[in-house]
Design a protein around this ligand. Structure first.
Ligand SMILES: Cc1ncc(COP(=O)(O)O)c(C=O)c1O
Length: 448
């Protein structure tokens, strides 16, 4: 019996009415649910005991693999000792320790760490910091935020405003935050189709920032936020020189550059950050997901010392300097999980492992070129996407069918539009990389 069939029978026992599922077709899912029961290392197990190879690290987040004993034990111990501590005007030791360890793997200078709980919150925090920074320096007229088409920066009002995914914006369009503009996205199949790693074409697209500076006047722009590699719209790899050019232009115009590294942070490209991988240092980095192997909700913003100093020193010594924070900022259990996770990354050299596996991953994903419907293939580090031709009038339907077939054959992939996305845990083996793409190949042949 396959996972889908078993899960349907589960629905006889479990009332699925009340759970309003996120980013899911609720009616479609509840008619044929896919239920996971447990997970260990590279595999999930479904309700009927079918093992499913995790080709997407959950949602790009379980970088050290599932069910890591060290993390579980650290959380358990912490919960017995101190289950919660208020983070406003009070603190606990692991908050400081986790901040130190995270700062230790960020690019030099980005050493002030503000904790939140989700990528969306980290993004909104960073946008607020950008505004507060300029205001503190007497440049309060810098209020404009620049995002990018096809960008995903979470689902807060800040994130969807700077984000560039139409479906996430349209229902709320009248209420998006004002004073936002967007850079063009960097993807063009005719110019860069089937690129291995970074495309050669497209650096000039960063120059659009000059046009926005000319249009709005640079002195009104607070920050530019981009994902170094756009993940959620199907792994859009930045053209050679593009991020360097954005950095140059932001520095030239006094604009802060924020890298949203919620996906690329912690080894996805073979380094602690994409910033380190590309050799481009932004002013802030947002991170979440793999910060603690996704075991407990946690995210953070790493800000450079100048931003911290400007905001902190703008207030009297006994004042709260930034009116922002969350009840669960630096939650003890999340902080314990973060420390245990970072220790695993270091001890097992998982970022180096990811770097070492990237050529194998590239070869395996590009072997799908020429298979039916395959329109483009893109990759960098241990992330990649295979874009399929859309069915007439039914965008996303073909990739959804491939996703279902893969699941039936025991491999969990992600799909977004008609792109299949891959981002296995960094502990994946070479044989498992072959298993992923051999399964996808079979699945593509099974769908119309
Ligand atoms: C680049 C990026 N930013 C922000 C987010 C939002 O994170 P969360 O879902 O934890 O709010 C995501 C989620 O995938 C992401 O990929």
């Amino acid at each position: 019996m396959n996972a889908v069939t078993e899960a349907v029978s589960l629905s006889n026992n479990v009332d699925m009415t009340n759970f309003w599922m996120p980013f899911t077709g609720n009616r479609q899912f509840k008619a044929a649910p896919r239920i996971l029961k447990s997970a260990k290392d590279m595999h999930f197990t479904t309700m009927d005991g079918q093992k499913v190879l995790d080709a997407s690290a959950g949602l790009w987040c379980v970088n050290a693999g599932h069910g890591r004993t060290e993390i579980i034990e650290a959380v358990h111990k912490q919960m017995q000792e101190l289950d919660y501590a208020p983070p406003f005007q009070m603190a606990h030791p692991l908050a400081f320790e986790a901040a130190k360890v995270v700062a230790g793997v960020m690019p030099k200078g980005l050493d002030r760490i503000f904790f939140a709980n989700s990528g969306s919150e980290a993004v909104d925090t960073a946008l607020k910091m950008a505004l507060a920074y300029h205001r503190a320096r007497g440049e309060g007229q810098r209020t404009r935020l620049i995002g990018r088409e096809r960008g995903y920066s979470g689902v807060g009002f800040g994130g969807i405003s700077v984000g560039g995914i139409v479906a996430n914006r349209k229902a709320y369009s009248a209420n998006l935050i004002p004073g936002v503009d967007h850079l063009p996205h960097t993807h063009s199949i005719p110019d860069m189709g089937f690129s291995k790693g970074q495309p050669q074409w497209g650096m000039h697209l960063a120059d659009h920032l000059e046009a926005l500076c000319a249009l709005h006047d640079a002195s009104t722009i607070a920050a530019v936020i981009v994902e170094p590699v756009a993940g959620s719209t199907g792994v859009l790899v930045p053209p050679v020189g593009y991020l360097q050019r954005l950095r140059e232009l932001c520095s030239k115009h006094g604009i802060l550059l924020i890298f949203d590294e919620v996906i690329t942070g912690f080894g996805r490209l073979g380094k602690a950050t994409a910033s380190e991988f590309f050799g481009v240092t932004p002013d802030m980095i947002t991170m979440a997901k793999a910060i603690n192997n996704a075991s407990i909700p946690m995210s953070a913003v790493a800000a450079n010392t100048q931003i911290y100093d400007a905001i902190i020193n703008a207030s009297p010594a006994n004042a709260i300097e930034m009116f922002h924070g969350y009840t669960y900022s630096s939650h003890p259990a999340a902080a314990a999980a973060c420390l245990a996770t970072q220790e695993i990354y270091k001890r097992e050299k998982l970022f180096d492992r990811s770097l070492g596996l990237a050529p194998k991953f590239e070869k395996a994903i590009h072997a799908l070129r020429g298979e039916p419907y395959v329109k483009d293939i893109r990759n960098l580090g241990l992330m990649g996407a295979v874009e399929l031709e859309s069915r007439a009038g039914a965008p996303g339907a073909r990739a959804y069918d491939v996703f279902l077939k893969c699941l039936e054959m025991g491999v969990l992939v992600r799909y977004t539009g008609d792109s299949l996305a891959f981002s296995p845990p960094l502990i994946v083996s070479e044989d498992q990389i072959d298993e992923i793409f051999n399964t996808v190949k079979k699945a593509i042949h099974m769908v119309a």
